[in-house]
Design a protein around this ligand. Structure first.
Ligand SMILES: *[C@@H]1O[C@H](CO)[C@@H](O)[C@H](O)[C@H]1NC(C)=O
Ligand SMILES: *[C@@H]1O[C@H](CO)[C@@H](O)[C@H](O)[C@H]1NC(C)=O
Ligand SMILES: *[C@@H]1O[C@H](CO)[C@@H](O)[C@H](O)[C@H]1NC(C)=O
Length: 542
């Protein structure tokens, strides 16, 4: 159905166009150009007028124009010379994304007669996009116990380019622990894998910084990197360790309660609670040890807790255990040898064994009177005892053996001069200050009948009245004997008094019979019968 007026004209035009299109499609082929993306403004694309068979002169009169759906302005035609050129920046990735084909379709239209030409301008990829990782930094946490050959996946990079320009190869920075595995896969974003090829040890390497680099196949190539921060997680695989297995300490005896003996310091290479150490005496500690020492479980300080007596224990052996707070815990051990140093806190002791309660005054020098032994519980010089005796006595100390002495007679005794000696023995040790002990020994000198009785005068003259009846007391003579007891008992006898003008008496000491001879003394006694008495009588008569 044909209509007239504008409608009819429109219909004609449509028909005309269709005819034209048919003629064009049959008579001419599309023109193809290609231009690399990112070409500079003004870059030559093609002699479009010439290639479409148009005269330069007719371009303007025939209203030559180029249309491009949504992409206007990227390409432009110079109407003077009929050249298609790049008008503004063309980014292939922006236009076509990741599709392999990318072209701009141009519709070239001229009027009088109306002609429409189709031109394809292929936008060629250039390597203008580097590989890009999802992040520039990636943290990985890997336990130090992970077995060899464990795989850890990583996201690969992507490259907006196509073809070789997007063909990525990966390189991991050189390191001894990990290698990189790139599974063959068509996907653009490849899951990569780190493979553990050497056991991790947090105590050796707690943190690894690796760089993963992706390189595309463009010319020149572009690269992208991601920094891998691998934190090695601790497990309790290290026991506490003391820097010595045996510590030797010297400690003065009598050290005050609280005196620091040693501050232990074990180390544990693990971290956190795995490396937190608690100290204690080993489980088989003796109650003795616990009474004398205490240990601070946190600081590792061992202090004196009770009396430290050298005379009781000279060497302490403490077994110490260190345990970490890991799960399960790990243990370390050490031994502490504490040598107790003596201080002079013991005076010497003297033991005197008397052999003789009394010594006869005629005992020969060398006679042993007493045995003496000295002891000192300290050690060394503190126990080196010297013994001395009161000076100026006829006795001396003779050392018979180390710390054994004899008290012996040194010179002659005379009971009649000194009958008893109070001897003082002093034992003094070599400590500083030194301590001493005294003991007294009394030695009695026993009498020997070595003194004759002695009369006070060798001669007495006694005056006696005449006519005394027999038995009448005339006079007493007395003799003295320096000896003691029975050795000093004096007996007297002699010639009876006679009327003779002279006489003699005898006094005898009655010593023990076994004495060789009884010491005796003689005295002469002269008795005078007084005429004076006569005189007296006569006088009485008067
Ligand atoms: C690596 O990661 C750890 C844990 O997140 C962090 O403490 C450390 O500072 C990081 N190192 C670097 C170099 O970024
Ligand atoms: C323990 O030893 C470590 C290393 O030897 C040292 O850094 C630390 O200060 C010591 N601690 C004490 C309490 O002595
Ligand atoms: C030593 O001191 C500690 C702490 O002050 C105390 O517990 C302990 O009983 C004391 N030991 C003696 C023997 O006094």
């Amino acid at each position: 159905m044909l209509t007239s007026g504008p409608e009819r004209q429109g219909a004609w035009l449509l028909l005309h166009s269709l005819l034209l299109l048919a003629a064009w499609e049959t008579g001419s082929s599309q023109v193809h150009y290609s231009v690399p993306e990112e070409a500079k403004h003004g870059s030559f694309v093609g002699r479009i007028a010439q290639d479409l068979g148009l005269e330069l002169a007719e371009l303007v009169p025939r209203l030559f124009r180029v249309a491009s759906k949504g992409r206007g302005g990227l390409l432009e035609v110079n109407l003077q010379n009929g050249i298609l050129f790049v008008n503004s920046r063309i980014d292939r990735e922006e236009l076509c994304g990741r599709s392999v084909e990318c072209s701009i379709h141009l519709e070239v239209i001229v009027d009088r007669p109306l002609q429409v030409f189709h031109v394809e301008v292929e936008i060629k990829d250039i390597n203008d996009n580097p590989p890009v990782f999802p992040a520039t930094h990636k943290n990985l946490f890997i336990s130090e116990t992970r077995p060899l050959d464990s795989h850890f996946s990583l996201e690969g990079a992507s490259d907006a380019d196509i073809g070789a320009n997007a063909l990525l190869t990966y390189r991991l920075s050189p390191n001894e622990y990990f290698s990189l595995e790139v599974p063959t896969n068509d996907e653009q974003v490849t899951p990569l894998e780190l493979v553990l090829k050497k056991p991790l040890d947090r105590e050796v390497t707690s943190e690894l910084l690796l760089v993963l680099k992706a390189t595309d196949g463009g010319k020149p190539e572009l690269t992208g990197t991601v920094e891998l921060n691998i934190t090695v997680l601790d497990v309790n695989d290290n026991a506490p360790v003391f820097d010595k297995t045996v510590y030797r300490i010297k400690l003065l005896e009598n050290a005050r309660n609280g005196t620091l003996v040693i501050r232990l310091n074990a180390s544990d290479l693990d971290e956190g609670s795995n490396g937190h150490i608690l100290y204690s005496f080993a489980t088989d500690v003796s109650s003795n040890t616990e009474a004398s020492f205490r240990i601070d479980s946190n600081s590792g300080e061992i202090k004196v807790n009770g009396k430290i007596d050298f005379e009781e224990i000279k060497l302490w052996k403490l077994q110490i255990e260190a345990v970490d707070k890991g799960n399960p815990p790990m243990f370390g051990h050490c031994t502490i040898l504490i040598e107790v140093l003596d201080i002079n806190d013991n005076a010497p002791e003297l033991l005197v064994t008397s052999l003789l309660l009394s010594i006869p005054e005629d005992a020969p020098p060398g006679t042993v009177i007493a045995l003496i032994s000295v002891t000192d519980h300290d050690a060394g010089g503190n126990a080196r005892v010297t013994c001395s005796l009161t000076p100026q006595v006829p006795f001396k100390l003779v050392s018979t053996f180390k710390n054994y002495y004899s008290l012996v007679l040194d010179s002659a005794l005379d009971r009649e001069k000194v009958s008893e000696y109070a001897l003082v023995l002093i034992a003094r040790d070599g400590g500083s200050p030194s301590l001493s002990t005294m003991a007294s020994v009394s030695v009695e000198v026993a009498d020997v009948n070595d003194n004759a009785p002695a009369f006070a005068q060798p001669e007495y003259t006694v005056f006696v009245k005449e006519n005394n009846p027999p038995g009448c007391h005339i006079f007493t003579v007395s003799a003295r004997d320096a000896d003691a007891l029975e050795n000093a008992l004096v007996s007297r006898w002699g010639a009876g008094l006679t009327r003779s003008r002279g006489g003699s008496g005898c006094a005898l000491g009655r010593g023990r019979p076994r004495q060789i001879s009884w010491p005796s003394a003689l005295v002469s006694l002269q008795v005078r019968i007084l005429e004076i008495l006569e005189t007296n009588r006569n006088f009485a008569r008067m």
